[in-house]
Design a protein around this ligand. Sequence first.
Ligand code: ADP
Ligand code: MG
Length: 282
Amino acid sequence: QEEEKKAEKGMRLGKYELGRTLGEGNFGKVKFAKDTVSGHSFAVKIIDKSRIADLNFSLQIKREIRTLKMLKHPHIVRLHEVLASKTKINMVMELVTGGELFDRIVSNGKLTETDGRKMFQQLIDGISYCHSKGVFHRDLKLENVLLDAKGHIKITDFGLSALPQHFRDDGLLHTTCGSPNYVAPEVLANRGYDGAASDIWSCGVILYVILTGCLPFDDRNLAVLYQKICKGDPPIPRWLSPGARTMIKRMLDPNPVTRITVVGIKASEWFKLEYIPSIPDD
Ligand code: ADP
Ligand code: MG
């Protein structure tokens, strides 16, 4: 009880001393936290339990916790521990200090092809690791890719992720989710989709944005946006190298069956340029 009062004042959470707000989401806040015993810094996602009365929301949080506990990879944000009190669920996570990739692109514009490829390689390493664990992210976008102090990426926000038990008898996923600009045509089509190919599509949108500074598909009118996505074939600037252009084209193939896979991406000459594979932590 006493502990909770202190936590509410934004002072303390068990052995953690809480600090400034790092970010806000639709669940609550993410705050800086210092472990007063070890001196290590963390980020705590503080979720108000009153919001969990919403069943969908509660499922999302449970799913995010269950998923993050399974994943130990240098390019995926690490969940350190979960502390529950009467009124809150606190997810103590690895602290990532470089902000969102989204803000980096908005304030500094597109990346050079070399820098963009480096981030793309890290993104694909992280996502292929998730897929190897049977986890499909389903909400990949620039806002959910954080940067650490060295400019390396950390994938976050697994609230919409799918686990093996979410696949129906037909072997496909059936929940339409994700953000409009990043969603794959087969997810929109509502006939079931395989989580791997649709994550690759979203990574293709991310690659397009980091190399060009623009979204491949955009429109204020959602119906028009969806038409553009289903048609595929976005304009690809000629100043990109042939390798980069081919990669974007192959990832944004509207047909999930012929779309390039993680294996195909990793085997391509463009991807392999200056590639240093990242080793999973487990
Ligand atoms: P939501 O599910 O509401 O989108 P996120 O998990 O994406 O919530 O977190 C919201 C914001 O908080 C992020 O966009 C980011 O700015 C910040 N944030 C989240 N996790 C961390 C972290 N581990 N380290 C630093 N900042 C973080
Ligand atoms: Mg988010």
